[in-house]
Design a protein around this ligand. Structure first.
Ligand code: PXP
Length: 247
């Protein structure tokens, strides 16, 4: 069964747009914790949050509230910094997904260069795993990145589907092929293969041709759709559309 991880960062983005300086105010809305509850009601299999170094959306308090009050696996996305490793070891999420993080990017724009940054990533992977946390690498669907993720000892990879999602026509076909190859390689190396970024109801059918997928992490389109139908219904639509994968 293909699992749905719901990324609720953009609920916090909306709250920060008005209340970044008044987070203690009873007016501060919308609540990421309530959003997580709605995602659970809609059939989410896990909740994903990313506390960024610049705290542009999720705050540490959101992460701990969700960890304590939501009874689903928590996927904690983080950059490779000492601050975030320390936070993860206190938070104890079920999974960490290591992502590249720069201040300028609007969202996570490319995969983590596990191959090039191997030396600096290895101690982080070991530290997280020693704390009982499984580690996923958010990587572009390229052979050196998949191989480096296996070598470094990660349990999972999350294939970056941004290029796939933003390509159309022939370009889409070749991006889909790239994902097929990376998923097959990851699976053959014993990695759990997840995927995320830019997935929506329009591109989902093509993505579902990719073999060996275990979990999709989806955020933006669900939060966007929730403006029309509410988050619970948006999550349910997506979960329904994912049914039948691999059968
Ligand atoms: N996976 C990772 C590692 C991400 O950084 C993001 C975006 O925050 C997502 C999945 C979800 O992408 P989207 O919001 O485009 O669905």
């Amino acid at each position: 069964m293909l699992l749905l991880g719901v990324n609720i960062d953009h609920i916090a983005t909306l709250r920060q747009a008005r209340y970044a300086d008044m987070l203690e105010s009873p007016n501060a809305e919308p609540s990421p914790l309530d959003a997580a509850r709605d995602a659970v009601a809609g059939g989410a299999d896990s909740i994903t949050i990313h506390v960024r170094g610049d705290r542009r959306h999720m705050q540490e308090t959101d992460a701990f509230a969700i960890r304590e009050q939501i009874d689903l696996p928590l996927n904690f996305e983080m950059g490779n910094t000492e601050e975030m490793v320390a936070m993860a070891l206190r938070l104890k999420p079920d999974f960490v997904c290591l992502v590249p993080e720069t201040r300028e990017e609007v969202t996570t724009e490319g995969g983590l260069d596990v191959h090039g940054l191997y030396e600096s990533l290895e101690p982080t992977v070991k530290a997280l795993q020693s704390g009982g946390i499984k580690v996923s690498m958010f990587i572009d669907p390229d052979t050196p990145q998949v191989e480096a993720s296996s070598k470094i000892g990660a349990e999972m990879i999350e294939l970056h589907t941004g290029c796939f999602a933003n390509a159309f026509g022939e370009d889409r076909a070749s991006e889909t092929e790239r994902l097929h190859a990376a998923a097959k390689l990851g699976h053959s190396l014993g990695l759990q293969v997840n995927a995320g970024h830019g997935i929506n109801l329009q591109n989902l059918p093509e993505l579902l041709t990719v073999p060996h997928l275990a979990e999709l992490n989806i955020g933006h389109t669900l939060v966007a759709r929730s403006v029309r139908v509410g988050l619970e219904a948006a999550v349910r639509e997506m979960a329904d559309a994912m049914k039948g994968y691999g059968e």
